[in-house]
Design a protein around this ligand. Structure first.
Ligand code: SF4
Length: 383
């Protein structure tokens, strides 16, 4: 009775990807980040500031970079924003993507500013004559472009089809734009087929992935605030990632800008696709001996900005505490009114107050991170 069972998670196709039955994606380089083929699924996000305010935009970019964002998009709604692009680009560590709607001249300005990729919306720069000047410059500068199909801005002539079959309309919109771009000499293309409806999004990506080998920028658009958007994104993206699809992810949250990166990392690391720091905390109950939720909240930012993939556990009592804490790289548990800090499965320190325990926990995390980084350096040297 087990003939149909095929494990998804036992093997990776390559570091940062799960196996896939779909045709392999072609490679497209976005600055220093290569998408497609066996390259790891990259994390991207978008700023929320007025792009013409260079300092405010750079402040958000720094937060995103610090959180581990690998590609950053800014909106370019007007000429002022386009003029700000060179100054922004100069001060960034990761590739910059310009998000363009309605106005081909803003795409031309972004290309001239030297961004690493342009996103175009086939729902609002629709016709060949409007696309042609942009395509010519993209081809001349060998600059990649993302076709960002979005159910909320589907082209007027595809709306009747969209009402009958939204998946067909979204996929058709992408193919139609690809054909126009290819005929104008553009082949460095990334495709997104987004809807706020999870099944529609999932089926659009699955259908398109059988029909084309361009790399996929994945997301559930306008997923909502905080935990609502995170859950919706995890449901949709999890399904697609489990099939080995997705070359870059953007989690669209109505939430703090770094939250998108935290959720994207969590989706990827929960599926074992990429390795990032993991925070385990018990949900708490009447047995908890200290405020686990508040403690996890205080430590979350420090933990998630670690550059090494440590697993850290915060547990409220002895029921599951010792087991989880010993499994983690660093663990904190309370039992019988005192605290124990574990490192690499062994007791590293004890403390009598929460303040003392938290300080010791942070110290052990720093030591574990240093040890991990040294071990990686030695492995690179010896390997
Ligand atoms: S570890 Fe203890 S406090 Fe936390 S949920 Fe389990 S039983 Fe409750």
């Amino acid at each position: 009775m087990d003939g149909g069972y095929k494990p998804i998670f036992q093997r990776k196709r390559a570091a940062g990807r799960l196996p896939s039955a779909y045709p392999q994606r072609r490679e497209v380089a976005v600055g220093s980040v290569v998408l497609g083929a066996d390259n790891p699924v990259a994390i991207q996000s978008m700023t929320t500031t007025d792009t013409s305010d260079v300092e405010a935009t750079l402040a958000e970019i720094r937060l995103l970079e610090e959180a581990g964002c690998e590609l950053i998009r800014v909106s370019v709604p007007d000429e002022k924003s386009a003029h700000a692009l060179p100054a922004i680009k100069k001060q960034m560590r990761v590739p910059l993507i310009a998000d363009i709607h309605f106005q081909p001249k803003l795409a031309l300005a972004a290309i001239a500013a030297g961004v690493d990729k342009v996103r175009l919306n086939p729902g609002n720069i629709v016709t060949r004559d409007r696309l042609e000047p942009v395509a010519r410059e993209l081809a001349k500068h060998k600059m990649p472009v993302r076709i960002g199909v979005n159910a909320g801005s589907i082209a007027a002539d595809l709306k009747p089809l969209y009402r009958d079959d939204p998946v067909a309309a979204i996929v058709k919109s992408a193919h139609r734009y690809i054909e126009m771009l290819e005929s104008l000499g553009v082949h460095q293309i990334v495709v997104a087929l987004k809807s706020s409806d999870v099944p529609v999004t999932v089926e659009a990506y699955r259908k398109f992935a059988w029909e084309s080998d361009y790399p996929l920028h994945m997301g559930i658009t306008e997923a909502g605030p905080g935990i609502i958007g995170a859950s919706r994104s995890a449901a949709g993206l999890g399904l697609l990632l489990a099939e080995g699809l997705g070359d870059t992810l953007r989690v669209s949250l109505a939430s703090g800008v770094e939250d998108e990166v935290v959720v994207a990392k969590e989706i990827l690391s929960s599926l074992g696709i990429r390795e990032f720091p993991r925070l385990i905390a018990c949900p708490t109950c009447a047995r908890q001996e200290f405020d686990v939720i508040a403690t996890a909240g205080r430590l979350q930012r420090t933990l998630l900005s670690l550059k090494v993939p440590l697993t850290v556990a915060i547990m409220g009592c002895v029921v599951n505490g010792p087991g989880e804490a010993a499994e983690a790289d660093v663990g904190l548990i309370a039992s019988g009114g005192s605290f124990t800090i574990y490192r690499d499965g062994a007791i590293a320190q004890r403390a009598n107050s929460l303040a003392e325990a938290e300080a010791a926990f942070r110290r052990q995390i720093a030591l574990a991170a240093e040890a991990y980084a040294n071990k990686s350096k030695m492995a690179v040297r010896d390997g």
